[in-house]
Design a protein around this ligand. Structure first.
Ligand code: NAP
Ligand code: GDP
Length: 323
């Protein structure tokens, strides 16, 4: 079905999720006639700055915005810089939603995260419990900033009749991730570390941080991208929606590391865990019931297949990838 003419501006278009959306639109057959997708990076405009945000919107005149830009990092980056994660994300989100309202954008889809839900909560978590208690201490800055997006959405929708909505993904991984050795999330961080150790074990010794016991629901970036494109086009609810694999697909960090070892052909038995390092939140199990009721036929890429693809992408793109 052809859409009316629309211009979708994707903020954070050069990041893990932004590049996955681009891949789906340009390579996986998700393109639709009448739609123009613009993928912008921080080089196109600093969203921390109001005037620069206004200039970006004036240049592209979007009818729709998929707002992915954020200061993002793994557990240890959050623990070290909670204030920065709060201030930067508050500023970016306020600027983007404010300018989207000023310029009459039809719809904004913003991105929250399952790690911002209350720490002390009954499982599985669903969309209704976002504000029902404090987040985990390790990432309070990022969590409160992201929770405020929902406050802004509600305000713009109630006061100005806007269609500003958010999606809530779980832990994402895939090609084009940030593979930095220290500031990254667990999957890209360990792909990089294990890759180096495989080249030269003496030069690159390391221990997997934490106990390996925490549980996570990992979603492949290409699956998440397809779901986000669907939300931009066809999700008209004002309440957020969790975008996640099911509860049965939740796995331990230890099992995720084992799968990375398979993907890189490295013996898992040679790795040790450093239990003196923080584990972060033990689990944050979410229900994807709302999503699966609307899209019962959606299938997620199996973890082993997607991890293999991510490892292969990293090895092939080692010289140029973000690290
Ligand atoms: P990412 O790879 O770090 O990408 C974020 C992008 O935001 C970067 O490409 C960056 O652009 C852009 N950005 C940051 N500050 C900016 C600024 N001041 N002005 C303009 N652009 C700016 O992160 P991601 O993993 O794709 O995350 C996308 C969204 O998903 C975020 O909202 C994140 O909170 C959410 N999310 C991520 C995960 C996860 O596991 N990764 C899980 C749940 C939710 P440059 O590269 O040009 O600097
Ligand atoms: P989280 O899901 O928001 O906590 O984000 P992460 O992707 O940072 O995952 C953190 C979990 O992976 C914790 O249990 C860490 O102890 C564990 N972990 C093990 N090694 C690493 C690593 O090299 N980097 C990161 N970020 N986490 C690691």
């Amino acid at each position: 079905m052809a859409s009316e003419n629309r211009t979708v501006l994707v903020t954070g278009g050069g990041g893990l999720v932004g590049k996955a959306v681009k891949h789906c639109i340009e390579q996986l057959g998700e393109h639709r006639e009448g739609e123009t997708w613009i993928f912008c990076t921080s080089k196109d405009g600093d969203l921390n700055d109001l005037e620069s945000t206004r200039a970006l919107f004036a240049k592209y005149k979007p009818t729709h915005v998929l707002h992915l830009a954020a200061l993002v990092g793994g557990l240890y980056a959050n623990m070290a810089r909670n204030l920065d994660f709060f201030r930067v994300n508050m500023q970016i989100n306020d600027n983007v939603l404010r300018v989207a309202h000023e310029t009459d954008v039809n719809k904004v889809v913003s991105c929250l995260s399952s790690c911002i839900f209350p720490d002390d909560i009954t499982y599985p978590i669903d969309e209704t419990s976002l504000h029902m208690g404090p987040p985990h201490d390790s990432n309070f800055g990022y969590s409160y900033a992201k929770r405020m997006v929902e406050v802004l959405n509600r305000g713009y929708n109630e006061q100005h009749g806007r269609q500003f909505v958010s999606v809530i993904p779980t832990n994402v991984y895939g090609p084009n991730d940030n593979f930095h050795l220290h500031n990254s999330h667990v999957i890209p961080g360990l792909i990089h570390k294990i890759y180096l150790r495989k080249q030269d074990p003496e030069k690159y010794p390391f221990k997997v941080m934490g106990s390996g016991k925490p549980l996570r629901q990992f979603i492949f970036s290409h699956d998440l991208a397809k779901l986000m494109i669907w939300v931009v086009r066809d999700y008209f609810d004002k309440d957020p929606i969790i975008l996640s694999v099911g509860e049965k697909a939740e796995i331990s960090i230890r099992d995720a590391v084992k799968q990375i070892c398979v993907g890189l052909d490295y013996p898992f038995e040679e790795l040790e865990f450093d239990t003196s390092k923080a584990d972060g939140q033990y689990k944050k199990t979410v229900s994807n019931e709302k999503l699966m009721k609307i899209l019962p036929d959606f299938t997620f890429t199996p973890f082993d297949k997607a991890i293999k693809e991510t490892c292969e992408w990293f090895v092939t793109n080692y010289d140029t990838c973000r690290k």
